[in-house]
Design a protein around this ligand. Structure first.
Ligand SMILES: Nc1nc2c(ncn2[C@@H]2O[C@H](COP(=O)(O)OP(=O)(O)O[C@H]3O[C@H](CO)[C@@H](O)[C@H](O)[C@@H]3O)[C@@H](O)[C@H]2O)c(=O)[nH]1
Ligand SMILES: [Mg+2]
Length: 192
């Protein structure tokens, strides 16, 4: 609890797929003065993401899918290359990411390692994202991946040389925050 914050009212502006709220609150600033403020917050739950890597082949597994919000904001094709990720539903982050990895990439992974967690858009979106990495091998491939059919996900699975993926950040071919963070994490920690 923050003694400098008093929530006065929460209005639901939209409750269609996820929930958009307007929150009116009093905030005590550095001078000790109370100010009334309003902020909108979009609650789409929390999520988990994972980067699969192979030390022998020096490759990583990524996904590519159409992302409408990027399409209406400068991404010409709307296609985005991303680390595998999913919303938590009622699962804990580790169970979620195992299920999501199998569904989206087709790999049934062994040990996963949580590396950090982060708010990805703290001025407007409530979501906290849990970040994982895991080693993968060809033998772990149990299906084609592609995402849940009933959710119309249409995900392509990409296996890319790690150095090439890093280069794709520089060229702008990889433009997704969580993916950039995970790719850099592997190099910063001398994992690949
Ligand atoms: N009908 C409908 N479906 C939606 C809507 N918004 C999302 N969906 C569907 O809900 C499903 C969510 O799939 P997940 O794999 O669980 O989540 P994600 O979209 O990949 O999200 C992951 O990445 C995000 C972006 O980095 C993260 O924000 C999120 O936490 C998660 O990790 C997808 O099939 C998506 O199309 C909507 O407004 N309407
Ligand atoms: Mg997903």
């Amino acid at each position: 609890m923050n003694p400098n914050v008093k929530i006065i009212e929460e209005k639901v502006l939209s409750n269609n797929w996820y929930v958009l709220k307007k929150i009116i609150f009093d905030y005590r600033n550095h001078k000790g003065e109370w100010q009334t403020q309003a902020r909108e917050a979009y609650d789409r739950g929390n999520g988990a993401t994972i980067l699969l890597y192979n030390k022998e082949s020096k490759t990583v597994v990524l996904t590519e899918q159409f992302r409408m919000p990027t399409y209406i904001n400068g991404n010409e094709s709307g296609m985005l290359i991303e680390a595998c990720a999913g919303l938590l539903d009622k699962d804990n982050p580790e169970d979620c990411i195992r299920r999501e990895t199998e569904e989206e990439t087709g790999y049934r992974i062994g040990e996963v390692k949580k590396v950090f967690e982060a708010y990805m858009s703290p001025g407007s979106v409530t979501e906290i994202l849990y970040f994982f990495i895991a080693a993968y091998t060809k033998e772990m491939k149990v299906n084609e991946g592609g995402g849940a059919e009933d959710e119309q996900e249409n995900i392509d699975v990409l296996e890319i040389a790690y150095d090439k993926a890093l280069e794709m950040i520089n060229t702008g071919e990889i433009k997704d925050g969580k993916t950039i963070m995970l790719l850099q994490h592997l190099r910063l920690n001398n994992i690949l």
